[in-house]
Each structure stands twice: as C-alpha cells, then as structure tokens.
Write a protein that binds this ligand. Structure first.
Ligand code: ZN
Length: 102
C-alpha cells in the first residue's frame, strides 16, 4: 500500500497538491497492507450490483505504520480493533479479511 504525506497528513489517495500548504506532495512510501478496524457499518441493503453480496461490512481501516485510513469492504463479522489484511482489489475496491495472525 502506497501512502502520500505532506504537513503531517497521510493519505492513500494520490493528490498532486497538499490541501494545507498548497505545495506539490513529494513524500510517498510503502506501508504494510494490514491494519485494524477503526469503524465499520454493516450494509444490509446494497446497490443492485452488490445485492447478492449483502450483508457485508464497509469498514474504515487504520493502516499499520501509517496515519492513513482506508475505506474497505469486509465479508464476515468484524469488531472495532480487529486486525485485518488485504485480500484482493476488485474494480478499485479494497477487499479486506480478518487477519489470521491474531
Ligand atoms: Zn503540505
């Protein structure tokens, strides 16, 4: 997972300019594809294209070794603070699963 940093703010979204200092963002680094569940919402009624997948969890994951948070989809039950890891990326959506190394 690549994160971009300027003025103490880290993001997984690549922005050309920092929203604080308006300078070009030059700092980027790799961090593990792992994290912990920061918050989550269970989606029971999904958009048509995901209807057969419901219910599923949309979670905000606090990435390990980073200040950046990432919105992901998780199948199965999770709790806040659960360790999770990247499973796959489908159509630009990050699919996470509970980490085995818990
Ligand atoms: Zn900045």
């Amino acid at each position: 997972m690549r994160v971009y940093e300027c003025c103490g703010v880290e993001s997984v979204t690549k922005k050309v300019y920092c929203s604080i200092c308006r300078q070009e963002i030059k700092n980027e680094r790799e961090v593990p594809d792992e994290g912990t569940v920061y918050s989550y919402t269970v989606i029971h009624i999904a958009p048509a294209e995901y209807a057969e997948l419901a219910p599923y969890v949309v979670a905000l994951v606090q990435l390990k070794d980073s200040k950046a948070k990432l919105t992901v989809r998780i199948y199965g039950d999770v709790q806040i603070g659960d360790p999770v890891q990247l499973d796959q990326i489908v159509d630009g959506t990050y699919i996470y699963k509970k980490s085995n190394a818990a």
